[in-house]
Design a binder for this molecule. Structure first.
Ligand SMILES: Nc1ncnc2c1ncn2[C@@H]1O[C@H](COP(=O)(O)OP(=O)(O)OP(=O)(O)O)[C@@H](O)[C@H]1O
Ligand SMILES: [Mg+2]
Length: 324
């Protein structure tokens, strides 16, 4: 008796290498998160390399997710912005939702932070400004990202020494958190990190672009300190902290930065969206101004060392000491 070839759903991720899915030949697994596997693949129609994201089959069975996926992939595909990963196609095949997008060689911010720890302020600000411009452009199209986090920021080599890195935001509208937080996922299912989720997302209130301002501020806090603003032992405590606790001042972990940055972070992380910056760029601009403001007063008279030349840490590119 002839055995039918198993569909992609039946295969383990690595079994798919060499297989063809919806006009793409899968070449190599790039990585995976809680809800999808991403492959480097060949677009056989246009003969080009793409990143092919295959979403977990249970997501295709969730009507809420599926409807939003279809709607938001369409909007995301219409976004044409230098810091947003271009989406080429999104669809469904053999019970799998998939997205084909530009393959971005390099890494993502999650890997960079895990490998190298906090970034120099100049690098962090350059990266934050690129993410901010992508988010504001999406908001102007009525699209809220909802899942801004280091893993969704891809980092490629930049064009020149003035632009040492080029970052791309990805995964618009793909968060599972909203499903989970409204009780739509089963208990114990992986929901991803709650480190960047805004208070209004937790309480189920309507969200707009300012939930991305909050998440971006959490990411910036992590870029500068190596950890997100709230760290708790369990998810419930973390959700509580996002809703009710004051974030710790950034300068507690980075005393080298001017005290003015604390007020900027506090405003971006306000519990109520109305109290935050109106746009991501407004937040990053305020942060840049604060970071350039007078340093905190020294607790001792300046020494020879203090008054010496300022080390060029502000300009240090993310690629200078990192191999790809
Ligand atoms: N367009 C792309 N080009 C190159 N690599 C990509 C691309 N999109 C995603 N990746 C990589 O694929 C890996 C998995 O991405 P994925 O979005 O599935 O997981 P995640 O964002 O880390 O987690 P989560 O499931 O919580 O969103 C990441 O390491 C990411 O860097
Ligand atoms: Mg992702």
């Amino acid at each position: 008796m002839a055995t039918a070839e198993p569909g992609p759903v039946a295969g383990r991720p690595t079994d798919l290498v060499g297989r063809q899915v919806a006009g793409y030949r899968i070449e190599e697994e790039i990585g995976h998160g809680g809800m999808a596997v991403v492959y480097r693949a060949r677009d056989l129609r246009l003969d080009r390399t793409v990143a092919l994201k295959l979403l977990a089959p249970e997501l295709a069975r969730n009507t809420t997710f599926r409807l939003r996926f279809t709607r938001e992939s369409r909007v995301a595909a219409a976004l044409d912005h230098p810091h947003i990963v271009p989406v080429f196609e999104a669809g469904e095949t053999e019970g799998l939702l998939y997205i084909a997008m530009r393959y971005v060689p390099g890494s993502d911010l999650r890997h960079l932070l895990d490998r190298d720890g906090p970034l120099p302020p100049g690098t962090a600000l350059r990266i934050a400004a690129q993410i901010a411009s992508a988010l504001d452009a999406a908001h102007e199209h009525g699209l809220v990202h909802r899942d801004v986090k280091p893993g969704n920021v891809l980092v490629a080599r930049g064009t020149d020494s003035d632009h040492p890195e080029h970052v791309y935001l990805t995964d618009f509208g793909l968060t599972k958190k909203s499903l989970s937080l409204t009780g739509l996922t089963t208990v114990g299912q992986f929901v991803g990190t709650l480190d960047y989720v805004a208070p209004e997302q937790i309480s189920g209130r309507p969200v707009d672009g300012r939930c991305d301002v909050y998440a971006l501020a959490c990411v910036v806090h992590e870029l500068l300190t190596g950890h997100p603003p709230f760290r708790r032992d369990d998810d419930m405590a973390l959700l509580w902290a996002h809703q009710y606790d004051d974030p710790p001042p950034l300068t507690a972990a980075r005393p080298d930065l001017p005290a003015a940055v604390d007020a900027v972070l506090a405003r971006a992380l306000a519990k109520t969206p109305d109290d935050r910056y109106d746009s991501c760029l407004a937040f990053v601009t305020a942060l840049r101004d604060a970071a350039r403001s007078a340093p905190r007063p020294a607790s001792h008279p300046p020494t020879q060392l203090d008054s010496g030349p300022v080390p060029p840490r502000w300009a240090e590119p993310v690629f200078r000491r990192r191999a790809y």
